[in-house]
Write a protein that binds this ligand. Structure first.
Ligand SMILES: NC(=O)C1=CN([C@@H]2O[C@H](COP(=O)(O)OP(=O)(O)OC[C@H]3O[C@@H](n4cnc5c(N)ncnc54)[C@H](O)[C@@H]3O)[C@@H](O)[C@H]2O)[C@@H](O)CC1
Ligand SMILES: [K+]
Length: 512
């Protein structure tokens, strides 16, 4: 699903209004009706106090329409207009009048007003600011936002949490609604997925308001949200008359004394994702344990016992995964640098492989084109330098990936794969995966997909999705804490099956 900027969303609104020859208030009615139906299907008339806080723009207008519909269906509502400006939008005013015609008179909250009482049992509808926010809320509006956040009520935000701009970080972190649930119109917003701004969103859901599909299809987006519909077309079925050679030969290079397990995990994951053949290259100390732990893997060793001091692969690998557990010994660094110079196969570089690159940036030009680098935030910082915000980080990451013609996988709660100026935001995975070896498994999986002929960027996007899905399936039986990297590998097969599982029939609501 595409992720649009605020500007693109306004353009989509305009094109819809033009194409369908409707008035803007009809689109607002349509949007808010969707909000109403979402609430109504869940509350089914329950008598709970619903307090609606509405701004004076179109986000507030949505709130006005929603208030009218809730009142028409007998809900107990209290409506406030957060009167932060006299530049009220036309559709807000229209819907304020319609609400008054229904004999609902909102209270106006101004600078001088007392803050209304909110009980933890109330439902708060947050329609103060939407995507039109273009500066910090005034202090008194910020105080109201903090008051709502402190109420412990369930807060349902319309489109975005109020105070959260969609294309940058908030001006004032305290002046942002902490949403329990965000009902966002048509397309997801990038801020929901970034570490600094995603914290304001507990859960989110898209409401389809029927914005012009042609416009959405033909407009390029810088970011895309990756779910099942996006990864399914990437899947490459296995052929009946194929053999192990059809699915490539991966080489995983890494390990040092005490860190051979990283190579076990990566090679095992590489095989489990479908690589035809897998060879490990490790120091001598890894030989016995690897042959025992993963008998399907072939093992080559260097000349030293505890670390890698030269890398000799006597054949041309389809793909090389390098760096897991490899360490930063001086000889290992030289071996890594020499290997980069002579190898042409695309690589997946992780862990200390990335740290070697950040300590020796001149090596970056030797990294084969279309290789995949998989840094976690600290490793990324060492590679691209400091950033001032997540938005700045993404810009720097894009520039870095383009400069070296590589795919950059920024690992996190929502891993973002960067390639050719675009970002692909992953939706699978969970905090149980923040565990030792999880990254080694990912390295093996991406390498294993490349071995099978997935283009690098698709291997990264598909691998990250499948890795997260394996984690989600693992958590359902093990829980967050007990999930280990090896459980991820055990679930790779189920993750593939899950991709093709038919969704259960959605239950129809008969609440009208
Ligand atoms: N455009 C459309 O056709 C649709 C828009 N919809 C709603 O419209 C929203 C966007 O509405 P608006 O563009 O009116 O903007 P908002 O309602 O987000 O904000 C209202 C206005 O306040 C002003 N403002 C911005 N920051 C401020 C601040 N810190 N203090 C005081 N004033 C500030 C701006 O002039 C802004 O336009 C969306 O988020 C969505 O909820 C929906 O009704 C669906 C259809
Ligand atoms: K809002």
């Amino acid at each position: 699903m595409k992720i649009f900027t605020a500007h693109q969303i306004y353009e989509a609104d305009k094109s819809t209004i033009k194409k369908e020859q409707i008035k803007s208030d009809e689109l607002m009615e349509r949007a808010a009706t969707q909000l109403f139906e979402w609430i109504h299907s869940r509350l089914r008339g329950t008598q709970v106090n619903i307090q609606l806080f509405c701004g004076i723009g179109n986000n507030g207008g949505d709130g006005m329409v929603l208030a009218r519909k809730l009142q028409e269906h007998g809900y107990s509502i209290k409506v406030y207009v957060v009167n932060y400006s006299d530049k009220r939008s036309k559709d807000f005013l229209l819907n304020l009048e319609r609400l008054k015609e229904n004999k609902v008179w909102p209270d106006f909250i101004n600078k001088e007003s007392d803050l209304p009482q909110i009980s933890p049992n109330d439902i708060v509808v947050d329609a103060i600011f939407g995507i039109g926010l273009n500066r910090a809320p005034d202090a008194w509006v910020g105080n109201l936002i903090q008051h709502i956040n402190g109420s412990r009520a369930f807060v349902l935000s319309v489109d975005v949490p109020s105070g959260l701009p969609v294309d940058r970080n908030p001006w004032n972190k305290e002046y942002v609604i902490q949403s329990s649930y965000v009902l966002s119109f048509q397309l997801p917003k990038l801020v929901f997925f970034l570490p600094e701004t995603g914290v304001y969103v507990n859960q989110w859901e898209i409401v389809d308001i029927g914005l012009n599909p042609d416009f959405i299809a033909k407009t390029d987006a810088d970011f895309e949200l990756i779910g099942r519909p996006e990864v399914l077309p990437m899947y490459r079925p296995r052929l009946k008359f194929s053999h192990k050679g059809t699915y490539g030969h991966s080489v995983i290079i890494g390990g040092s004394y005490g860190k051979i397990g990283a190579v076990q995990l990566a090679t095992n994951a590489c095989l489990s994702v479908g690589s035809g053949l897998v060879t490990a290259f490790v120091p001598k100390c890894g030989y016995d344990s690897l042959q025992t732990a993963v008998p399907e893997v072939m093992v080559l060793t260097g000349s030293r016992e505890k670390g890698i001091s030269e890398i000799e692969i006597p054949f041309e690998p389809t793909v090389v995964g390098i760096g897991v557990g490899i360490g930063l010994d001086g000889d290992t660094v030289s071996a890594f640098g020499n290997f980069l110079k002579k190898v042409n196969s695309p690589m997946v570089i992780d862990a200390d492989g990335l740290n070697i690159l950040s300590q020796n940036p001149e090596m970056l030009t030797d990294v084969p084109g279309l290789s995949v680098l998989t840094p976690h935030p600290k490793e990324l910082q060492r590679l691209i330098g400091n950033w001032t915000s997540d938005f700045d980080k993404l810009e720097k990451a894009k520039a870095f990936a383009s400069k070296y013609n590589i795919v950059l996988v920024i690992k996190g709660a929502h891993t973002i794969t960067i390639y050719k100026g675009k970002g692909y935001v992953n939706t699978t995975g969970n905090p149980g995966m923040a565990t030792a070896g999880s990254g080694d498994v990912l390295t093996g999986m991406i390498a294993g997909l490349m071995a099978q002929g997935y283009p690098s960027v698709e291997a990264a996007i598909f691998g990250v999705y499948l890795h997260g899905l394996a984690g989600d399936l693992g958590v359902s039986s093990k829980g967050y804490e007990a999930l280990k990297a090896s459980s991820l590998i055990e679930n790779i097969g189920s993750a593939y099956s899950e991709l093709f599982r038919q969704p259960e029939m959605e239950q129809k609501d008969n609440t009208q």
